[in-house]
Design a binder for this molecule. Structure first.
Ligand code: MHO
Length: 211
């Protein structure tokens, strides 16, 4: 689903498994990936992430969901405390912006949070440079607890990358974590810009999954 309204934002808010599912279930989010960013060492891995932070990278259609709403979900869903990196850099509250537009939206939302009386969020805000995707076993972590779901999705998304990048996998990962339900997902699929036959084929497939 490529179009000119697409934007990407990268957020760190603790262990990346839940944010993958949390953002993945939102209409307007076209894909999610988890990985490491914000540090300096080359080629971090889950076991050796060095000074990097666990982050979720979210691609979204800004004509459906605004950056502001995504950021509101971000700050509502974690405790942005970084004093002395007290939880370590692995679990920093961190947002990486792609351009000055995103930077100013981030600052505005932070100012609004402060005005609402909870103090200025202690979230680090920095320009995006590199993002290292995490190992496949960390992508769509909650969905991967359901082997039959993965088996069935493999008919549509044969490779690990295709599965990780699929909007459908993002929604079902949200479902596996309990953030959404099947009826919502099916209603949304009926709005996707694919043929009715393709919609029904996908709906048929996901209805067969044994959870
Ligand atoms: N080891 C912790 C966090 C995992 S998260 C990918 C746990 O099992 O919940 O950092």
């Amino acid at each position: 689903m490529d179009n000119s309204n697409n934007q990407t934002i990268t957020m760190g808010m603790g262990c990346f498994w839940s944010p993958d599912a949390l953002f993945g279930q939102l209409t307007g989010i076209t894909r999610t990936r988890v990985g490491f960013a914000g540090g300096t060492i080359d080629n971090p891995t889950y076991r050796q992430l060095g000074d990097h932070t666990e982050m979720v990278e979210v691609e979204f259609d800004a004509s459906i969901i605004s950056l502001e709403s995504i950021l509101n979900v971000f700050w509502k869903s974690h405790n942005p405390v970084n004093i002395n990196d007290y939880k370590g850099r692995q679990y920093k509250s961190l947002v990486l912006f792609r351009d000055s537009m995103q930077h100013s939206v981030i600052r505005e939302v932070m100012k609004t949070k402060e005005e609402q009386g909870n103090g200025f969020p202690d979230t680090e805000v920095a320009p995006y440079t590199l993002f290292y995707p995490a190992e496949d076993r960390h992508q769509k972590y909650y969905l991967k607890r359901h082997p039959d779901a993965i088996d069935k999705l493999r008919t549509l998304f044969p490779t690990d990358d295709e599965l990780t990048n699929a909007t459908l996998a993002a929604r079902l990962n949200g479902l596996a974590k309990g953030y959404t339900n099947m009826a919502r997902i099916i209603n949304e699929i009926r709005t996707w810009l694919i043929s009715e036959d393709e919609q029904e084929e996908i709906i048929h497939l996901i209805k067969q999954i044994k959870w």
